[in-house]
Design a protein around this ligand. Structure first.
Ligand code: 1PR
Length: 529
């Protein structure tokens, strides 16, 4: 029996599913007494340090956790739970952590690196711990903007470090008390093995000694390859994965059906996708909380898929026909509980930025701001659906133009990228540079950069678009739309600073295997999982 500390943090379902994958039963620790008494406790954590500490305090859990850890009882903390063991965090100045490990949690800050760190990085093991029995140097999944800083006083707690701009603590352990900055439940089989070493082991987890040298592993954050599933109701009413050409998903009037969402997601997990994204492409007109099948898709997928899941489509405030109001935070919370690690906002981000520009300031209550405050920036992706607008005179357009190598129909040498809403159906007086910089300011943690002109065309990514956005934001950017062969991924990583690349059609139609994409990128010298 494993006790799970569920205090309302982000995606706890995935942790539950990972524990269940070992055939173990889970009991929720709901009272402070449970925390002290539990034989083995898993303490997951997603979200803002201040919010997590406040929730723990309000539930009376902080003292119980201190007591449990002082007794040395088997405990496994994940992500913010590791950070909570320290004295405090720059994420929430003035909020005390549990204060068990000396030191502070700081924000990544190095020119040239995207923050948050999102993706697969490796470990340098400092000590021989049974926790890492069977670990072969595979990369594991990290998603965070803040890191536990190494110092002389916390070396005896440090199990391993990871480098991202700085070398920081990526796992701590003393006796039976363990915590990892990476998400074992989202790190494929390698992560499950580490979690399994804690969950199933009867003997002590105490470390046996210092490692003479770091375990060899490729260093650095890997470029991610993401499989994207555009989902909507098919002509039979069931949910299907579809795929358009320039966002038109119909062929001879019928919605293209390229497979079942859960089955395809499982296939991509097994084939090595680093992440899976579902886009509920008619979410702009249907209300997702009434669209139970989409929640079911997530729930079922997270039972078998142990890499990050993003869900987009319809994330916004909504009032139903009975006058019941749902905030965007309610919608997002329901998706997180169903197994999503990140939510992606499309149309509502455009509306929010247009409002911001009209008022000259943030309202504080947009979906981006509210979800980011509670779940952390790393959980908020902005999905952008831009298309090119060619102009002869860049100065007259009123928008951030680029000089393009692909001239327009009248030989125009300049273009800007216009943001659209409702799946490309309506264009707005807003360019991608405005949208993405303001969304970053409001608390978004990542940009999913589609391109209507390239979508489904298999002619390669729009490198000029990606370069323009990478030049104005410091959050990670996912290049999307247009992949047709492995070399297109090599090209996007070589010619731009894209952090990840996403494709749909070539994977659904089995034209290109994920393994071949990764092999081509690795051969070109990019770090890959
Ligand atoms: O506006 O918050 O409700 O979100 C709706 C979401 O649905 C947005 O993220 C929007 O991008 C997406 N969407 C809406 N309509 C469509 C459509 O295709 N008709 N899909 C759509 C967007 C683009 C990519 C696609 C890549 C790669 N699909 O996700 O997967 O272009 O394709 P490729 O590799 O085959 O070229 P909201």
């Amino acid at each position: 029996m494993i006790y799970l500390l569920d205090y309302g943090a982000g995606n706890v379902r995935s942790v539950r599913n990972a524990i269940r994958s070992f055939g173990l039963e889970i009991q929720d620790a709901v009272r402070p007494e449970d925390i002290v008494a539990a034989e083995k406790l898993v303490f997951p954590g997603v979200g803002n340090f201040g919010v997590v500490m406040r929730r723990l305090e309000e539930a009376g859990f902080t003292q119980a956790l201190r007591e449990r850890i002082a007794l040395g009882k088997p405990t496994f903390g994940i992500c913010v739970a590791l950070q909570a063991l320290f004295e405090g965090s720059e994420e929430a100045p003035g909020v005390a952590g549990l204060g068990i490990i000396p030191g502070q949690v700081k924000r990544f800050f190095k020119p040239g690196i995207s923050v948050p760190q999102i993706g697969w990085n490796n470990l340098k093991l400092w000590r021989d711990s049974p926790l890492f029995a069977g670990y072969g140097g595979e990369r594991l999944y990290f998603v965070h903007s803040f890191y536990a800083a190494l110092n002389e006083k916390n070396r005896d707690w440090t199990l391993c470090t990871t480098t991202y701009g700085e070398e920081y603590i990526s796992a701590v352990g003393k006796g039976e008390v363990i915590a990892t900055q990476f998400h074992p439940e989202k790190s494929g089989q390698a992560g499950l093995n580490i979690l399994g070493n804690f969950l199933r082991r009867r003997e002590s987890l105490a470390c046996s000694g210092n490692r003479p040298e770091a375990l060899a592993g490729q260093s650095g954050l890997a470029k991610r390859i993401i499989a994207c599933l555009d989902v909507r109701a098919g002509d039979q009413g069931d949910l299907v994965v579809t795929k358009g050409d320039q966002y038109d998903v119909r062929e001879k009037g019928a919605v293209r059906n390229l497979g079942q969402p859960v089955a395809l997601a499982k296939r991509y997990y097994l084939e090595g996708a680093d992440e899976i994204t579902f886009l509920n492409i008619t979410g702009f007109r249907d209300f997702p909380l009434q669209d139970q099948p989409m929640l079911e898709v997530l729930e079922k997928t997270s039972e078998k898929v142990f890499v990050p899941l993003t869900i987009g489509g319809g994330i916004r405030a909504f009032t139903d026909k009975n006058g019941v109001h749902y905030s965007a935070l309610d919608v997002a919370a329901r998706y997180f509980r169903a197994g999503a690690d990140k939510i992606s906002i499309g149309s509502d981000a455009v509306t929010t930025v247009l409002k911001y520009l009209r008022h000259g300031q943030a309202t504080g209550d947009s979906a981006i701001e509210r979800i980011s405050r509670v779940y952390g920036a790393q959980a908020v992706v902005i999905s952008v659906d831009p298309r090119r607008v060619y102009v002869a005179d860049p100065g007259a357009s009123g928008h951030a133009c680029i000089e393009t190598n692909i001239p327009g129909p009248n030989n125009e040498k300049y273009c800007w990228y216009q943001c659209t809403i409702k799946g490309g159906r309506e264009g707005c007086d807003l360019d991608v540079a405005q949208l993405t910089t303001i969304c970053e300011k409001l608390g978004a943690g990542e940009i999913l950069l589609n391109c209507i002109d390239r979508d489904g065309g298999n002619q390669g990514f729009d490198l000029e678009l990606i370069a323009q956005v990478k030049a104005v934001v410091s959050i990670p950017v996912i290049a999307s739309s247009g992949a047709g062969k492995p070399d297109h991924f090599v090209e996007v990583f070589r010619e731009t600073q894209a952090d990840a690349a996403l494709a749909a059609g070539i994977f659904h139609r089995r034209q290109v295997a994920i393994a071949d994409v990764k092999a081509a990128c690795a051969a070109a010298g990019f770090p890959m999982r």
